[in-house]
Design a protein around this ligand. Sequence first.
Ligand code: 6R9
Length: 650
Amino acid sequence: MNQSANVYPVKPEFAAKARITRERYEQDYAESVAQPEAFWGRVGHRLDWMRAPTQIKDVSYDLNHFRIHWYADGELNASVNCLDRHLANRGEKTALIFEPDSPDQPAQHITYRDLHARVCRLANALRGLGVVKGDRVTIYLPMIPEAVVAMLACARIGAIHSVVFGGFAANSIADRVADCGSKLIITADEGLRGGKKVPLKANVDAALKMPGTNSVETVLVVRHTGGAVDMQMPRDRWYDAVVDSQPAECVPERMNAEDPLFILYTSGSTGKPKGVLHTTGGYLVYASFTHEAVFDLQEDDVYWCTADVGWVTGHSYIVYGPLANGATSLVFEGVPNYPDYSRFWQVIDKHQVTIFYTAPTAIRALMREGEEPVQKTSRKSLRLLGSVGEPINPEAWRWYYDVVGEGRCPIVDTWWQTETGGILISPLAGAIDLKPGSATKPFFGVVPALVDASGQVLDGEAEGNLVLLDSWPGQMRTVYGDHQRFIDTYFRTYPGTYFTGDGCRRDADGYYWITGRVDDVINVSGHRIGTAEVESALVSHPKVAEAAVVGFPHDLKGQGIYAYVTLNAGEAASESLHKELIAHVRKEIGPIATPDHLQWAPGLPKTRSGKIMRRILRKIAENAPDQLGDTSTLADPSVVDSLVKERRVP
Ligand code: 6R9
């Protein structure tokens, strides 16, 4: 293939106005890795500190002296940086545009001054309810302005927020509440997505009946749809009744740079989701700096990230990054296909969005509907497009570029993780030529490397496991309540490095191409699901003896979920049990974990020591029975033949 045909050079007209040009990138990148202290010390000035940091970086990945500290003697408050400091010059600027689920409902424009008042009121209310610095608060809200208000109100008083995605079911809420011992939950009566109601309060009620959740003293309920809910006094309080009468000023808590800002649960290879913990100073420096540099942020931009605040993308690039930068950030409650497939593009026209950041799964779903729903909108306001969550296939990239952006808008394909806090590998549109499907080059201060299975660093053109050789300020600091798990998961596999869990190729031009997870995490529509979580949901059903779950390539979702289930002796497989098990997983974890295929497995391929050989199950799910490889080490090779024969054809 002719590589040069696949390069989209930096557009001179973009570079002419861009914050970061090629020379600047090359120079600053070199400095950022050679003298990280000097570089990040300078970048740290972008925030308002109550006490300016003098200790910039103190990091060791050596397991005997392990530590990650950034700006360790600095003091600041994240909400002050996102609100108060803009009041003098941007008080009347729109901080949030809220676009509701239904286009028939009016949009809202919330200025920095309004947002400041709303955050202060809730912060005062939380203090009144006994929430103090270091307490954990769970936020289970739809994509409405209160979700942003809630996060910032926690930050204002030093409470650690844990946002739980509104698509998770009661069990998942309960696990997360129990793990961090939340004192208070902020939720809404119901959510609204694509015209359908989501029973948020009822899910919280069910979660709080589960073991381990009695740390929760108060549930604040936002009236959103007005739907009927059970209020259990004195635990449950209406948000407006508690918040509206509060003063619109609230003295912010002084936080050390290394004090926790939030916990966000994410799936790993094994066990229950991990509470990824981010701290205040480094995270905010990194989220705001990457947001400004990667999206080439200008003062009059209208910026829209379509993620949900329940994921890290929403944290860093709807809330903390944009607001710390004084930007206008659009909060969208709805979905791409409601009321029809033009919705995204209509919202762009309605609010004159200039920067649009979405996920490949959404692009692929919209691409399938053809160009007509796009063509009937203008999109002339757009100047930059972004992609995040999974590798973007070149066909989808080109459609995004040619059809959505009409060849005018560069695409930044941003690779990063919940753990990294912000973008680590991405083009800078004024500096780096684009290649469809490649996240291109490392951001300032980021030192990627590829290693083989033995940990040998590979040079030049190569493919291997992606590790990072040095720290950056937005790096997670620990797994909440389990520091050992943090170290074991990320720093033990390839000593001296942070292991990402991703595979990656580097081409002859030094461009990085992420190939996907190399561990037992499935990336479904850009959302991480641990195979172990789905397996444990399946075996919690009384009729299931054993389950094994793998990912398989899926046209729209990137990866789908394929489950192999062995029933208890005496249980008969049936279509109704098949449906029941799929519904059971939805109920246990949430709709995002719904298996696409569920196959009855009289036996699973195991080694003689009893380990399930997922490699074989993956190949069967992919319909590649000719690539099963060596099956001779199996305890009973014959189970493979029967699984191949009984494969559920998608
Ligand atoms: C931000 C976010 C992280 C995993 C990551 C990788 C995949 C994310 C990507 C990408 C290729 C990109 N991923 N962005 N793969 N290109 N631009 O998505 O965080 O939910 O923690 O997922 O997503 O596999 O390891 P998170």
